[in-house]
Design a protein around this ligand. Structure first.
Ligand code: KIV
Ligand code: ZN
Length: 387
C-alpha cells in the first residue's frame, strides 16, 4: 500500500453505539454499514459480539451484507470473547478480530486488578489465540496514552510477536494533547523492534475536544490507521469525527500529505443517516456537517461569497455532498445577498422596489430571529400589491 495512505477504521457501530441512548438494531446497523461501504471506509467495526445475542447477530448480518470493507468485531482478552467474535465475522469477505487489554497503571491496578507481568502474558496469549482463528488481528492497549512507556513498548512488541497486524494506541479518556500524543507514537517507532510489521493505529476520544487534532498529529509521526466515527459519536464526548479527519486531510495536503479512500461526497448522506437513526441531532455549528457549516449570514461574508466562494469557504459544498452553500437571511445580511435571494425566488424588481423590500426586510429581521423564504415572498408581494 502507498506509504501515505491512511486506513479509515469506522467504529460508529461499536464505540459510536456506546453513546448513551444511541443503540441501533440489526436492520439499522446494516443500513449504516452499507453507506459506510459505499463511501469507501476500509474497516467497519460492527459491534462487540459477546455483548449480547443482538449484537452478535448484527455483526454477523453486517459481515454478510458488506463485501468491500473489512468487517471487524471487538473482543476482550478472553477465549470466550475471541471465539464469539470469530464466529460473528465468519461470513465476511474479509474479517478482523480486534482484541484489547488495559495497560495503564490505573487500569491494571483498579480495573483489571492484575500485575503488569500477567497483563503482558495475556496480551501474547490473546493475540496468539485470535491469530489461530483469523489472519487479521488488531490489538489495542486500552488507556495506551496513560501507559508507562517501557511497559507499552513491551506490550506492543509482544502483540506483534504473537501475530497482531495492527497495533492501536487509544487515548481512551481523551487526556492527551497533540504534541504529547505525536511523541508517544514516535517513541514507539523508535523503540519497538519489528514495529514496521504492523500498522500503527490511533483511537482518540474527545473529552478535551482534541480527538481530531491528536489523530492528525499521530499520522504525522507514522500512524497509518485512524479510528473514528460519523458525527464524532462515541463514549462520553465521543470519538474523533471521521468527516473532520477526512476533510482536513483533503483540504490541507500542503501540511498533511496523506490520502484516504473516502469518497467525501458521501459525507452528508452518512451524517444524516446516522443522526436520523440514533436520534443524535448534529449541532448547527459542527464542522463539515452542521447545518451552518456552509451558511453565511453577515452581509460582508455574503457579499464576499457571492463575488468568490473562496473568500469565506475553504472547501466546496459539493466536496461533502451538499449542492450549494446557503445564504442565511437575517439582520446581518446585506443588499447583495438580498438581491441574490430575490433572484433565486424568481423576482425581477426595479431598484426602488428592491430598496423598499430591503428596508422592510431589515425591520422584519430585527423582530424575527429566522427570516424564511416565505417571509421574503410575503413582504415583496405585499409591496407589489401596495404599489
Ligand atoms: O477507547 C478505547 O480504548 C476503546 C478500545 C476498546 C479500543 O474503545
Ligand atoms: Zn473508544
Amino acid at each position: 500500500m502507498d506509504h501515505n495512505r491512511v486506513i479509515i477504521f469506522d467504529t460508529t457501530l461499536r464505540d459510536g453505539e456506546q453513546s448513551p441512548g444511541a443503540s441501533m438494531n440489526l436492520e439499522e446497523k446494516v443500513r449504516i454499514a452499507l453507506v459506510l461501504e459505499e463511501m469507501g471506509v476500509d474497516v467497519i467495526e460492527a459491534g462487540f459480539p459477546i455483548a449480547s445475542n443482538g449484537d452478535f447477530e448484527a455483526v454477523e448480518a453486517v459481515a454478510k451484507a458488506v463485501r468491500n470493507s473489512v468487517i471487524c468485531g471487538l473482543a476482550r482478552a478472553t477465549r470466550g470473547d475471541i471465539e464469539r467474535c470469530a464466529a460473528a465475522i465468519k461470513p465476511a469477505a474479509s474479517g478482523r478480530i480486534h482484541t484489547f487489554l488495559s495497560t495503564s497503571p490505573l487500569h491494571m491496578k483498579y480495573k483489571l486488578q492484575m500485575e503488569p507481568e500477567k497483563v503482558l502474558e495475556k496480551v501474547a496469549e490473546s493475540v496468539a489465540y485470535a491469530r489461530s482463528l483469523t489472519d487479521d488481528v488488531e490489538w489495542s492497549a486500552e488507556d495506551g496514552s496513560r501507559t508507562e512507556h517501557d511497559f507499552l513498548c513491551r506490550c506492543v512488541e509482544a502483540a506483534i510477536k504473537s501475530g497482531a497486524r495492527t497495533i492501536n494506541i487509544p487515548d481512551t479518556v481523551g487526556y492527551a494533547v497533540p504534541d504529547e500524543y505525536a511523541a508517544l507514537i514516535e517513541m514507539l517507532f523508535n523503540r519497538v523492534p519489528n514495529i514496521d510489521k504492523a500498522v500503527i493505529s490511533v483511537h482518540c476520544h474527545n473529552d478535551l475536544g482534541l480527538a481530531v487534532a491528536n489523530s492528525l498529529a499521530a499520522v504525522g509521526k507514522g500512524a497509518r490507521q485512524i479510528e473514528c466515527t460519523i458525527n464524532g459519536l462515541g463514549e462520553r464526548a465521543g470519538n474523533a469525527a471521521m468527516e473532520e479527519i477526512v476533510m482536513a486531510l483533503r483540504t490541507r495536503p500542503d501540511r498533511m500529505p496523506f490520502k484516504t479512500g473516502i469518497k467525501t461526497e458521501n459525507i452528508t448522506k452518512a451524517s444524516r443517516l446516522v443522526s436520523t437513526i440514533t436520534g443524535f441531532v448534529v449541532q448547527p455549528n459542527k464542522a463539515i456537517v452542521g447545518k451552518n457549516a456552509f451558511a453565511h449570514e453577515s452581509g460582508i461574508h455574503q457579499d464576499g461569497v457571492l463575488k468568490h466562494a473562496q473568500t469565506y469557504e475553504i472547501m466546496t459544498p459539493d466536496s461533502v455532498g451538499l449542492h450549494r452553500s446557503h445564504l442565511v437571511m437575517g439582520k446581518h445580511s446585506g443588499r447583495a445577498a438580498f438581491k441574490a435571494k430575490l433572484k433565486e425566488l424568481g423576482y425581477d424588481l426595479g431598484d426602488n422596489a428592491v430598496e423598499d423590500a430591503f428596508n422592510r426586510f431589515k425591520d422584519l429581521a430585527d423582530r424575527k430571529k429566522d427570516v424564511f423564504d416565505e417571509d421574503i415572498v410575503a413582504l415583496v408581494d405585499d409591496a407589489v400589491v401596495r404599489g
